[in-house]
Design a protein around this ligand. Structure first.
Ligand code: SF4
Length: 442
């Protein structure tokens, strides 16, 4: 039995980065220092890295960011976890710092809001798709910006090509949300996201938490944050925020309601002794933590990496809850994988550890079908890369199509996608065969 999952990066690993060579542990663990020193402009990376990487890397980054739907923001913590001796293949660099030479052309069926969340939005910043659950986008900022964000239509500052739909912290907007939830007694589950709960001030967290807990039919609250992976220092040095979260969990428990944290680790390298200390604090506070990963090409789409991630999270009391097939968002085609890859990985991972610590591999059905088990397609043709899902409990009359990246297809499949006249034919054919299969099964 391997014990790799319990072996973490220890010590002052950040000192190998020239810009952090003089940073002591106390400073590096200060969440305010991490936020203040996060990099938001490509030019600011050069003084941090010095001559450890060739200048071409900075110009490639600069040109790639101009094309990206997401702005740049990366914490010193994540910068120090990148292997700068081999940055081209580094799994953390790839998630936050795009390089022009690695970008791929978009699939013709990609979209900015690929899940069509805005169509299921009754009040600004509230997505009501499942009957008993809502997604509350409380704010539009994060401590870091992931290149592959599914909400690139709203998260972060405007970019060269994307004017974001602003969802700033706004108590009047929040009040509309609480009112809507109050008026819909079917809603039992509220996911507070954005954006990232790490960015809420303690009193904002308290207001949201207590307002939602006071609605009698709300039974479960989840605060979504990538912070545990991107800036775990907050849990060690922001006592006010941690104590507020703890109070909300206790308040919920007294009302027999769950308040949990949902986080987002994608690669085992994101988990260090600092993450372990932060997770331990959440454990001591009695807070349930679940993880939602995104399946990313060349980052975590191989069995060894995914198994290690799952075991490392489980060991630290973080339930590996979901692995999402990469959403069909624009600008990050280099990171998408195929349905077939996800199916193979699920098979390889299941059995690694206990069932309750084994993630469900899912496709969040493009166009608003919600989360579907990756295997549950009605039809899938790996040659055209088209998978067709249905969602009887969400939108019973619709079908939802996921498209594998063209690069992953056979030569014949790639040729068909190179001819625009073939697109509609392939799609119609896939939908007809899915309907035929469904009628046979009914
Ligand atoms: S932390 Fe989440 S919401 Fe923020 S940029 Fe990353 S994926 Fe998007």
């Amino acid at each position: 039995m391997t014990t790799d999952h319990i072996t973490l990066r220890e010590g002052e690993f950040w000192r190998s980065v020239p810009g952090y060579a003089d940073i002591d542990t106390k400073t590096f663990l200060d969440h305010r220092w991490q936020a203040r020193n996060s990099i938001t402009k490509p030019g600011r990376l050069k003084p941090v890295l010095g001559n450890t990487v060739p200048d071409s890397l900075f110009s490639e980054l600069e040109q790639a960011i101009i094309r990206s739907p997401m702005s740049l923001r990366i914490s010193p913590y994540l910068i120090s976890l990148i292997n700068w001796e081999e940055p081209l293949n580094d799994p953390i660099r790839k998630q936050f710092l795009p390089l022009l030479s690695q970008l791929k052309p978009d699939h013709p069926c990609l979209a900015l809001d690929s899940l069509d969340e805005q169509a299921d939005t009754p009040v600004p910043g509230l997505v009501h798709r499942y009957p008993d659950k809502v997604l509350f986008l409380a704010l539009d900022t994060c401590p870091i910006y992931c290149r592959f964000c599914t909400r690139s239509y709203t998260i972060g500052p405007d970019t060269e090509h994307v004017e974001k739909q602003a969802l700033r912290v706004n108590r009047e907007r929040w009040a509309q949300t609480f009112e809507y939830i109050e008026q819909h007694p079917d809603i039992e589950d509220v996911l507070v996201s954005g954006g990232d709960a790490w960015q809420l001030r303690a009193e904002q967290l308290e207001q949201i938490g207590n307002s939602l807990l006071s609605i009698p039919h709300v039974r479960r609250l989840r605060f979504a944050t990538r912070g545990l992976a991107a800036m775990p220092q907050k849990l060690l040095t922001d006592d006010q925020w941690c104590n507020t979260l703890k109070t909300l969990v206790d308040n919920g428990r007294k009302l027999h309601k769950e308040v949990a944290v949902h986080t987002h680790f994608n690669h085992p390298n994101e988990f260090t002794w600092i993450s372990a200390a932060a997770s331990n604090r959440l454990m001591e506070l009695g807070i349930t933590v679940r993880n939602q990963s995104v399946l990313l090409r060349g980052i975590n789409d191989d069995p060894d990496t995914m198994r290690l991630l799952v075991r490392r999270l489980g060991y630290h009391n973080i339930h590996p809850y979901y692995v999402y097939l990469h959403d069909m968002v624009t600008g990050v085609e280099d990171l998408r994988t195929s349905v077939a890859t996800a199916v193979k990985l699920e098979k390889a991972v299941r059995g690694t550890t206990a069932g309750f610590n084994t993630p469900a591999f899912i496709c969040d059905a493009p166009g608003g079908g919600g989360k579907r088990d990756i295997h549950s397609y009605e039809y899938y043709d790996p040659d055209t890369g088209i998978a067709v899902y249905s969602a009887p409990a969400v939108k019973p009359d619709q079908l939802f199509l996921y498209y594998d990246p063209i690069e992953s297809l056979s030569r014949a499949g790639q040729l068909r996608w190179s001819d625009t006249d073939e697109h509609k034919l392939m799609i119609d054919e896939a939908v007809a065969l899915a309907r035929l299969q469904m009628s046979k099964n009914s």
